[in-house]
Write a protein that binds this ligand. Sequence first.
Ligand code: FES
Ligand code: FES
Length: 156
Amino acid sequence: MKIDFILNGNAVSIESTYTRRLLDVIREDFDLTGTKEGCAEGECGACLVFMDDLLVNSCMVPMANAVGKSVVTIESFAQTEAYKSIENAFMSSGAVQCGYCTPGMVMAVYELFKKYDAPTLQQVKEGLSGNLCRCTGYQMIFEAVAMLVKEGYRYD
Ligand code: FES
Ligand code: FES
């Protein structure tokens, strides 16, 4: 069947079943491979996208739930000033190693600052608890967020 939604600001229309995963549509139909598949069960955050401004695990979203929604992937988010600030902090802190978790982690950090102006370490740990990283041991990611706090980064 025909499914219409907005992808990175553009109205798109695809042929798909309602049960197909948003993650697969993004990666296979649109070749937007910055959205990763990790656990495929809503636990790792590698597949995060914004859907109507809410952060969702796209591996858990059937296309039935994406009809008419506005979906933003890392490819579009990477064009924003917010992304550049977060990326800079990640690079400076050594928070990117294999990079597999990074797109989802960056989006989760953005979301964290939506909730808190200056998140504490505990708030950072809780806020990023849905994102798994096999490489960094998390410390460098926490340091990247601390750097953003120190620089006075604010959600906008
Ligand atoms: S792949 Fe979706 S949460 Fe892990
Ligand atoms: S940098 Fe490799 S999984 Fe996080």
